[in-house]
Structures are given as C-alpha cells and as structure tokens.
Design a protein around this ligand. Structure first.
Ligand code: OKV
Ligand code: MN
Length: 244
C-alpha cells in the first residue's frame, strides 16, 4: 500500500492537458492508495469557491470519486489557492490540513508544509502572505463581487510574472527564492521530526542534512508545468518520480 504526495499542479483552463494528466493519475493510481496528500497550489488561481470554473468542477468531481472509493484526500493551501474554502473541499470530498501539519506515515512522524513559509528571504511575499491569510482580510475579499476578485487575481499574476522575468528587484515573489536554510532548520527543531515534505519551490529533490547532530531528510515535490511529479511512500521507503 502506498501514500501519494503531490503539489504545485497549478491547474488552469489554459493548460487542459495537465488537468487531463491529473485525472488519469487519480484513476490509475490514487484510487486504491492509502491516502492522497495535495500540498498546495493545486490551482493556478483561486478567488472563491463561488467561481464557476469548469476546471474546478472537473477536479472536484474526480477527487470525489477517489474519496468515495475509500482513499482519504488531504489538501493543504498553497500561495495560489489559499482561498480554497470548506464548500469546495466538501464538493471534492477532501479535508483541509493546516500548514504545517505532522502526520504519521507507516509509524514515522513526517512534517508537511506547502513550503512558502520557508522562503523567509522573500520579505515582500511574506508581507503579502500575512495580509492575505488574515481571516478579516479574507472575509472582506470574499464579500467583493466576482469581477473585483478576478481583477485582483490578474494583478497578482502580473506582479508575479514581472518579478519572475526580473523586471523588479531580484529575490522576491514565488518561485525565484529558494528556502532559507535557517527556516528549514527551525522547522525540524520545532517539530522534532526526521522528515519534511513540501512543495512550492519547483525544485524537486531529496536533500539529506543534519540538524542538531541528527540526520534529517527534506523532500521537495516538483511542479506539474511540463509533466507530473509524485512522491510515493510505503513502509519500505519513498520514490520521487516524474509522471508523463
Ligand atoms: C498569489 C495569486 C499569484 C490568486 C500582488 C501586491 C497585487 C504582492 C502581490 C504576492 C503573491 C504574486 C504577487 C500569487 C495568488 C497569484 C495569481 C492568482 C489568488 C499584489 C503585492 F498585485 F495584488 F496588488 N503578489 N504572488 N492568484 O504568490 O505569486 O488567484 S503569488
Ligand atoms: Mn506555491
């Protein structure tokens, strides 16, 4: 039996083949797994559960089949889809996990995060994050008409693109910054775990490191821009692999 971890699919109507790849992955693999963990950025953008998007409906329907088949589906917010709410989670049959969360994986405690909170050098992004994770901000945002929320997502997308193409000062926003080693060490210390799994940076890898004289492992999930990326864990170990 296997537990599956994915993140950073960035599903969007503009990349239908990735949504289809995700659907095939759910049918071929997630159905029958011990559990499916989605560690954030399932969607490229999310402006409220009332957004009538065909991609969202497809994803909810297909995830629901997995959950109804007896495979628990766990979802953690990413920096793009932090506004996914309980209404959408219910439609998809998934449960929302707080970031960070420690889960028991075949007898071993494992720390799960999206990964954006580890990018502490990205001061502008952390400010945006603090503001937009505030429940008062979220309630006010979600009370706005759909058109105003769409405009915000467009602005955020443009701000993100501008930073990525180096127009603005280097080292801010999303994928440009990698995790800060001190933040990684602090997370291992705070939770006392040997293993951390996260996404966000789009730098898939298994890193061995040492914190306080103890060997630790940081597993970084890959994005689904060109192909899929999945971490399969069972009682024997783990494999981080691409999915075409
Ligand atoms: C987060 C979303 C990108 C949603 C934007 C002011 C502006 C900072 C920013 C910080 C976050 C982008 C730039 C990101 C969410 C997207 C695209 C769609 C919610 C502003 C200051 F423009 F809104 F005023 N940010 N990043 N989206 O993490 O990449 O739908 S981001
Ligand atoms: Mn992210």
């Amino acid at each position: 039996m296997t537990t599956l971890f994915i993140s950073d699919l960035h599903l969007d109507a503009e990349r239908p083949h990735i949504t289809e790849l995700f659907g095939r992955f759910l049918d071929a693999e997630a159905r029958g797994a011990d559990a499916l963990y989605i560690l954030g950025d399932l969607f490229e953008a999310w402006i409220g559960d009332d957004d009538p998007s065909a991609t969202a409906t497809f994803v909810a329907d297909r995830l629901r089949v997995v959950a109804d088949g007896g495979t628990p589906v766990w979802f953690m917010h990413g920096n793009r889809d932090f506004l996914v709410g309980q209404a959408f989670a219910d439609r998809a049959g998934m449960a929302i996990l707080p970031d960070p969360t420690v889960v028991d994986l075949y007898g071993k405690p494992v720390l799960l995060m999206h990964g954006d909170t580890l990018c502490t050098d990205d001061v502008a992004y952390q400010q945006f994050r603090a503001q937009t994770r505030d429940p008062v901000w979220q309630a006010q945002f979600l009370a706005q008409p759909l058109a105003a929320r769409i405009a915000f997502a467009k602005q955020a997308r443009e701000a993100s693109k501008a930073h990525q193409s180096g127009l603005a000062s280097q080292g801010t926003m999303e994928t440009i910054t990698d995790v800060a080693p001190a933040a990684v060490a602090a997370a291992f210390q705070q939770f006392g775990v040997e293993t951390l799994i996260h996404g966000h940076t789009h730098r898939p890898a298994v890193h061995a490191l040492d914190v306080d004289g103890r060997p630790r492992e940081r597993i970084v999930l890959g994005d689904w821009y060109e192909q899929g990326s999945v971490l399969r864990v069972d009682s024997q170990g783990h494999r981080l692999e691409a999915l075409a």
